[in-house]
Design a binder for this molecule. Structure first.
Ligand code: WTA
Length: 648
C-alpha cells in the first residue's frame, strides 16, 4: 500500500474539520438527511433577503431548483455583510506585472463595486437579466466588474483575455450581450499588451453590443468609437458611491462561462445565485481552512472558473484576503511566485500543475532562497498532476509541512467536488482522494450503472443534484441534457457524468484518469478537439483534419494535428502552410490552441463507413506501436505511411 501523508497536526488542531472522524460525520449526515444537510448550511452561511421555502426541487430533473422562494444578493454576500466586522481588512491585494501594488479593503471594495454598478445602470442602462461580457486582464477592476453585475442582477460572461476576436464575437453573440467591459490592455513580462483592439475587431461585424467600457490600465493608444466606447476612468468619478443591491431569486442566473465540449461550439455554462455562492464559500472554508488573518493566493485567471470561484466569489464570500496577480510566475525570474509568498506571507497557495512543472524545471532550488514558512496549504487544480511534480511541490515548496489539496472539479460543478480537506484527509501523490461531504460522487460502470470495483476504470459521476451545479447550457436545454445526463444511468435514473474517467484504490480514494471524450487539457486549458478542427478547416487549403492530444512534459497535453491538404500536388511549401494554419487557429481561437505538431497526411485512417479512427491517431502521435487490428480500415496502408511521416 502506498504511503499516505497526514495533515500537519498543529494546523489541524484548530481547523474547521479537524480529522477524518469529523469528515465522516459530515459525509454521513449528508447521506442520511440530504436536504437537511443543505438546509442547515444555506441558513448558516448565507444572508437571505427573503428566506427560501423549499430546499431542493427535482420535479423537472435534470433541471433542478435549490432554495426556491428565497431571495439574496451575491455581491452583498461578498461585501456588505463584512462591513461590520472587517471594513478595514484587505479584501484584495493586487500585484501588477511590474511590481506595482494595491491593497483594497472591504470598505473600498464596497464603494468601488457600488460606483461600478451605478455606472452600468445609469450610463449604459444595464438591467437585471442583461448579459455583460467581461474581457479583462487580471486587475482589480475585473473583480469589481463581476461584482457590479452581481449587485444589479446582470449576468456576466467573462471571456479569457487570451481568446481571439472571433472567439470573443461567438461568445458575445451566443450570450446576446449588450455591453463589453474591457481594458486598453495590461502588462505581461514587463511589456504592455493590448486587449481593446481585439474587442474592436470582434465588433467589426454586427453584434448585439451597444456600449464598450474601457478601463485604462496601460494608457497605450487605442481607437475610440464615438457613441460606443467610454472610458471607465472618466465615468467612474461621477458615480454615486452607493447602489442598492437587487433582490435576486435563488435560481436567477449569476453568470455564464463558456467552456469546451465535444462539439465545435463552446457551451455557455449557466450558474445560479444561491447554490453557487453557498458552495463557493463552503469549499473555501473546508478545503483550504482559510482563517481570519490569512492571506490566500490563487494564481488562476478570472477568465476560467477557478478565477471565478477561488479568486473572487469564494474568498470574498467568506471574508478572506485574496491576492490577485497580473503577471506570470516566471517573470522576471522563476523566483517571482516564491518572492510574493515571502513578501505577503501567503498562507494558502493554489495553482495549476503546469505552473508547478514549469517552476520545478526552471528552478529546482529556487524556493529555498525564500522564507516560505507562512505556507499552510498548497493546492492544485485543472489537470492531473504527475507524482514527480507533486513531490517537489510537497517537499521543496511546502517543506513537507503542508497538505496538498489536489482539487478535482469543472466549470460545470461550480466548486470542488472531489478533494482532500487540507486539515483532515491523509493524502497521497497525484490523487484527488474523496468526495467532499454533500457531494454524492461515484465511479460507475457506464454499462451497468453499478459502482466499479477497486482498480477498475469507470466514469466519474455525481448521482444527486448539488447546489453549485450547472443549471443549463445557455439557451440550449437539449444540449444540457445530452452533454451531462445522456451517458450514465444508475438504477434507471440519468446521473451527472463529468466526462472524466476515474479509478478507486484500496483506500476508496479516487484518482482521475482523464477525459473520456474528445476534450484535451493543454496547460490546464480545456479545449475541444472538434473546436480546433473547425478552426483549422477555415484555412482554405485544408481538405480534412483530425486533432488529438499528445502527452507533454510541461503542458500535460499538447495539440497534434493531422492535416490533409486539398492540393493534389502534395505540400507546396510546408513552412508556409504551417504558418497559415497556425494563423488561422490564432484568429479563430487564440494562441492557447496552437498546435505543437502538424503532420501533412496523405489521408486519415477511416473505417469503411468513414469514421476516423482517433485511437490509432492518438497512438501514432504518442509514438506507440499499433497493435490493434487495422485490416477493417478503408485503406490499411495509411497507418504505415503516417508512422513513417511522424518518424521522419
Ligand atoms: C480536469 C477546471 C485531474 C478534468 C477547474 C476536468 C482535473 C477538467 C483536475 C475541467 C484534477 C480538473 N485532477 N484532472 N485535480 N481538476 N481536471 O472546466 O478533466 O476548466 O473535467 O475546470 O479539468 O476543466 P475546467
Amino acid at each position: 500500500m502506498q504511503q499516505l501523508f497526514k495533515p500537519n497536526k498543529a494546523f489541524a488542531k484548530d481547523a474547521r474539520i479537524k480529522n477524518m472522524c469529523e469528515y465522516e460525520e459530515l459525509a454521513e449526515w449528508a447521506k442520511e438527511d440530504y436536504e437537511g444537510f443543505w438546509e442547515h448550511f444555506a441558513k448558516e452561511k448565507l444572508d437571505w433577503i427573503k428566506p427560501f421555502e423549499n430546499v431542493l426541487d427535482e420535479s423537472n430533473a435534470p433541471f433542478v431548483k435549490w432554495f426556491d422562494g428565497g431571495k439574496l444578493n451575491v455581491a452583498t454576500q461578498c461585501i456588505d455583510r463584512h462591513l461590520d466586522s472587517r471594513k478595514n481588512k484587505a479584501a484584495i491585494i493586487f500585484e501588477g506585472d511590474r511590481g506595482d501594488k494595491q491593497i483594497i479593503t472591504y470598505l473600498e471594495l464596497y464603494y468601488n463595486v457600488n460606483r461600478f454598478a451605478n455606472l452600468l445602470k445609469n450610463e449604459f442602462n444595464v438591467k437585471k437579466g442583461d448579459r455583460v461580457v467581461i474581457y479583462m486582464p487580471m486587475i482589480p477592476e475585473a473583480a469589481y466588474a463581476m461584482l457590479a453585475c452581481a449587485r444589479i442582477g446582470a449576468i456576466h460572461s467573462v471571456v479569457f483575455g487570451g481568446f481571439s476576436a472571433e472567439a470573443l464575437r461567438d461568445r458575445i453573440e451566443d450570450a446576446d450581450a449588450k455591453v463589453v467591459i474591457t481594458a486598453d490592455g495590461a502588462y505581461r513580462k514587463g511589456k504592455p499588451y493590448m486587449l481593446k483592439p481585439v474587442v474592436d475587431k470582434a465588433l467589426e461585424e454586427n453584434t448585439p453590443i451597444e456600449k464598450v467600457l474601457v478601463v485604462q490600465r496601460n494608457f497605450e493608444d487605442i481607437e475610440w468609437v464615438s457613441g460606443r466606447d467610454y472610458s471607465y476612468n472618466e465615468l467612474i468619478t461621477s458615480q454615486a458611491p452607493v447602489c442598492e443591491a437587487e433582490a435576486m431569486e435563488s435560481e436567477d442566473p449569476l453568470f455564464l462561462l463558456y467552456t469546451s465540449g465535444s462539439t465545435g461550439k463552446p457551451k455557455g455554462v449557466q450558474h445560479s445565485q444561491a447554490g453557487y455562492i453557498l458552495w463557493a464559500q463552503m469549499t473555501m472554508e473546508w478545503v483550504f481552512d482559510v482563517k481570519e488573518n490569512d492571506t490566500y493566493w490563487c494564481t488562476a485567471d478570472i477568465g476560467w472558473i477557478t478565477g471565478h470561484t477561488y479568486i473572487v466569489y469564494g474568498p470574498l464570500a467568506m471574508g478572506a484576503t485574496t491576492v490577485m496577480f497580473e503577471g506570470v510566475p516566471t517573470y522576471p525570474d522563476a523566483g517571482r511566485a516564491w518572492k510574493m509568498v515571502e513578501e505577503y506571507k501567503i498562507n494558502q497557495f493554489y495553482t495549476a500543475p503546469t505552473a508547478i512543472r514549469v517552476l520545478h524545471k526552471m528552478g529546482e532550488d529556487e524556493p529555498k532562497k525564500y522564507d516560505l514558512n507562512s505556507l499552510k496549504v498548497l493546492g492544485t487544480v485543472g489537470e492531473p498532476i504527475d507524482p514527480p511534480a507533486w513531490r517537489w511541490y510537497y517537499e521543496v515548496v511546502g517543506n513537507s509541512q503542508c497538505s496538498i489539496v489536489d482539487t478535482y472539479w469543472q466549470t460545470e460543478t461550480g466548486g470542488h467536488i472531489i478533494s482532500p480537506i487540507a486539515s483532515a484527509t491523509p493524502i497521497k501523490p497525484a490523487c484527488a482522494t474523496l468526495p467532499l461531504p454533500g457531494i454524492m460522487a461515484e465511479i460507475l460502470d457506464p454499462e451497468t450503472g453499478e459502482k466499479v470495483e477497486v482498480g477498475q476504470k469507470g466514469y466519474m459521476c455525481v448521482t444527486r443534484p448539488w447546489p453549485s451545479q450547472i443549471r443549463n447550457v445557455w439557451g440550449d436545454e437539449q444540449r444540457y441534457k445530452k452533454s451531462y445526463y445522456g451517458d450514465v444511468k444508475k438504477d434507471g435514473k440519468a446521473v451527472y457524468f463529468t466526462g472524466d474517467g476515474a479509478v478507486y484504490d484500496e483506500n476508496g480514494y479516487i484518482t482521475i484518469t482523464g477525459r473520456t471524450d474528445d476534450v484535451i487539457n493543454v496547460s490546464g486549458h480545456r479545449l475541444g478537439t472538434a473546436e480546433i478542427e473547425a478552426a483549422i478547416k477555415k484555412h482554405s487549403n485544408v481538405a480534412e483534419v483530425a486533432v488529438v492530444g499528445k502527452p507533454h512534459d510541461i503542458k500535460g497535453e499538447a495539440i497534434f494535428a493531422y492535416v490533409v491538404l486539398k492540393s493534389d500536388n502534395g505540400v507546396a511549401d510546408e513552412v508556409e502552410e504551417l504558418k497559415a494554419i497556425n494563423n488561422t487557429i490564432k484568429q479563430e481561437i487564440g494562441n492557447i490552441a496552437l498546435c505543437d505538431d502538424i503532420i501533412f497526411a496523405p489521408g486519415l485512417p477511416k473505417t469503411r463507413s468513414g469514421k476516423i479512427m482517433r485511437r490509432i491517431l492518438r497512438s501514432l502521435a504518442k509514438g506507440e506501436a499499433i497493435t490493434q487490428d487495422i485490416s477493417t480500415l478503408e485503406d490499411p496502408s495509411i497507418v504505415a505511411k503516417l508512422e513513417a511521416l511522424i518518424q521522419s
